[in-house]
Each structure stands twice: as C-alpha cells, then as structure tokens.
Design a protein around this ligand. Sequence first.
Ligand code: F6P
Length: 327
Amino acid sequence: MHDKVKKIGILTSGGDAPGMNAAIRAITRTAVHYGVRVYGIRRGFEGLFHADMTEFNPKSVSDTIHRGGTILLTARCAEMMNPEGVDKAAGFCRALKFDAIITIGGDGTARGALALSERGVSVFSIPATIDLDMPCTDYTIGFDTAVNTCMDAINKIRDTSSSHERVSVVEVMGRGAGHIALWCGMAGGAEEVLIPESAENMTAYDTVIEMIVENRSKGKKHNLILVAEGIAGGAQTLADMIQKSTGIESRASILGYLQRGGVPTALDRMHAAMFGLTAVERFLAGEANKMIIFKNGKYDTMNITDAVNATAQYDNKLYKAIKMLAV
Ligand code: F6P
C-alpha cells in the first residue's frame, strides 16, 4: 500500500463540534496501524506557524471518544486569510516534512486546506460543523449532537411555556443556514420556523403574530417558534413584538454556545470514525487534496476545489412538512 514511512499532521480549526475527538482518534489509530507517523497540531492552522505539535501514538487519544470539544484546541487563524500568510503556512508544512495535512472543521477550514493545496501541500479535509452547512456532503460531524442538545433544551422550555401558557421563541445556531432550526422545528413540534435560506420561508413577523392569534382562538395554550440565528433581530425582537401586539406573555431563549458542547452522540462518533479512517486509507491509496464526504449513504472523497465551491440547492420540503404538521 505504501513503501516508506510517511508523516501526517492533524488539526482542528474554526468552531469546535462534538465528535472532533473521535475523528482525531480514528486518524491517529488508523495511521499508526499502517505505520504512518502522526502529529497533532494545536490551535488549528496557528499551530503550523509555531510548530506547536506533538507526535501522537494510540495512547495519546485514549479516553477521548466520548468527549466534546477538541483535544487539539481550535482557532480562527487570521494569517490564513491573506496569501502571504498561506505561503508561510505552506512553507512550514514543507519544512516540517509533512506528507499530508488532515484538517477537521467547517467551510473556513476547508478553504484553508484548499489554499495550502494550491501551494503544493497535500491535504484532506474532514467536514465538522454543527451547522451542517457544507453542500458537498450529506453530513458534518457535530450536527446530530447539537440538534439533540437543542431538543433537550426545547423539551424543558416547553414544560414551562405550557405551564405559563406563554409563547416561546427559541433561537438556535446555524450562521447562514437553517438546518438546526428545521430539525428542531420538526422534532419539537414548532408552529413556525424562521430560517435565512429562503425568502418564501422568511415569514414576516406580522404573519407569525397572526398565526399565534389564530391558533390561540382555536384553543392552543402555548406556542413554540424556532428562529435561526441568521434572522435579523433574532428571538428577542420577535418575542417583544408578539407580546406587545397580542398581550400574550412571550419569552425568548437564545440557546447559544451550549449547542456546541457535550458528549457526542453515537451517530457523530460513527461518522467521525469513518471520516478519519477513510482519510488515512485514501491518503495511503495515493489520493490527495480531497474532502472526505458522506453522500447517498457512502463515505467517499471529492476534489477539495469542487467541495469548497459546491453550492446548496435549498429544498423547502422539510419546512412545508413542519407547517403541515403544526396545524
Ligand atoms: O459554525 C459553527 C458556529 O457555532 C455557528 O453556528 C455560529 O454562528 C458560529 O460558529 C459562532 O462562532 P464563534 O465561536 O466564532 O463565536
């Protein structure tokens, strides 16, 4: 499969996601299994600039599979935003004699990897972000854990909301994407989900208010509205408007960073393990400059340029289904 000992570096970059440690573990143990030396680089691309890294062995990743966050630490590296910085980082990769760098993170991380590949560094990138906003793949590490964490919070909010007969407006993360909001909207039985992707679904605030009034007139005692963080004004503005115009007590809950932490679910650990293993095996099979993806039920690779440039085709089926079931 390979003739001489090779050396790879792993880094996690951008927002952390539950399951990143399971990916680091899988890369490390697969690499060692095949006789490849593996280095954990700290604080994302930052670590390249300072040669801040440690050689890993199978024991280095013991007792990490169930831990949220990333044992390698993460950062958003400003130097990778300019061409001179990327030149430097590529120079460090060469000086450190890495045969490949495996990055774990979201679209910003993949862009960093692509920039390194354009300067001759072999890269693989593993999709990891709670936002699920990478169109090249059907899954990104962390999404399932984040949705389940949100659901736990929403179930609790529902208890108090129904006891007080209030309107609850819950804001979830997702940057420019509404996947967490849609999944929580469906699984939490929300009456409305406000997401940034589609003008059609950007239900105006007064339409939401009319819907609440109508549902109350039909006997509904409490209401749950999901708002993705990309929506202007966010949950607090909407809750204030609802209370002001209907007189119904309304409360905003912004779930915030708790969504990014926690014990990764089995699904996240499974994908993380398979992404990590696939990255190392594809490297040893001679591939380079690839995004590791999960598409149509299979683990595969995609050219990193195509992966970074893939665009999302918004499909409003899930939104329509939520609306139908909310009646
Ligand atoms: O990409 C994950 C994410 O958690 C987004 O949902 C959110 O907008 C962003 O990261 C927050 O990033 P930061 O950690 O820089 O505040």
